[in-house]
Design a protein around this ligand. Structure first.
Ligand SMILES: Cc1cn([C@H]2C[C@H](O)[C@@H](COP(=O)(O)OP(=O)(O)O[C@H]3O[C@@H](C)C(=O)[C@@H](O)[C@H]3O)O2)c(=O)[nH]c1=O
Length: 197
């Protein structure tokens, strides 16, 4: 986590959590036990996560595969009563992971942060409820794995345009070269979304 700006690191057991500039967002490092074979790590341990302040209960695990470099998925969130916190990591390749604060009464409403995650370092991003989340793949053939705290609820599935100018996100791919779903090509601006958080 060297070089990444944040608050005081909280650590317990095998987990280190760095609070980032948006309240509730953490960059997580879990201890790797290396040996001649490679390494072992506990990617999630409820005991250690609760001890560093992440009390979320995860009920679903998701995995996506994105073939082209420059794939953008996002920016997504689910509305209450199926809002989700997410714990995101990369199994193969690298992404720029982006979260946008959409909590209307937050002092950082509309602000975003972006963190690079890759399989080599194995850092994870914890994204609380009240954030839109998305990523851009920095390599081909990227596998992203993430835990979520509520089930998929299509009626509560919402998005914000990845390139909403009001967000000012510096994506590492030009619009013409980005690979996007049809849904993500037609998401509304943040200013057009219903205030739900
Ligand atoms: C997210 C999700 C999708 N699906 C289905 C719906 C659809 O047919 C297909 C692809 O869905 P999407 O296009 O929404 O997948 P994707 O664009 O990868 O959506 C994901 O993006 C990242 C950034 C997130 O943060 C996630 O929460 C999720 O919104 O998978 C599920 O069955 N369960 C799920 O939990």
């Amino acid at each position: 986590m060297a070089g990444i700006e944040g608050g005081a690191i909280r650590s317990h057991g095998n987990v280190e959590a760095l609070p980032l500039a948006l309240e509730g967002v953490f960059l997580i490092k879990t201890r790797r036990f290396g040996d001649a074979r490679g390494f072992f790590t506990e990617t999630y341990s409820r005991r250690d996560f609760v001890a560093v302040g992440i009390e979320s209960v995860f009920v679903q695990d998701n995995q996506s595969f994105s073939a082209p470099r420059g794939t953008i998925r996002g920016l997504h969130f689910q509305t209450p009563p199926h809002a989700q916190a997410k714990l995101v990591r990369v199994l193969r390749g690298a992404i720029l992971d982006v979260v946008v604060d959409i909590r209307r009464h937050s002092p950082t409403f509309g602000r975003h942060l972006a963190v690079e995650l890759d399989h080599a370092e194995g850092l994870q991003l914890f994204v609380p409820e009240g954030f839109a989340h998305g990523f851009c793949t920095l390599t081909p053939d990227v596998e992203v794995f993430y835990k979520v705290t509520d089930v998929y609820a299509p009626a509560c599935d919402r998005g914000i345009a990845w390139n909403d100018p009001a967000l000012g996100i510096d994506w590492p791919v030009a619009a013409a070269e980005a690979s996007l779903s049809d849904k993500d090509r037609h998401q509304p601006l943040l200013s057009e979304t219903e205030p739900v958080f």
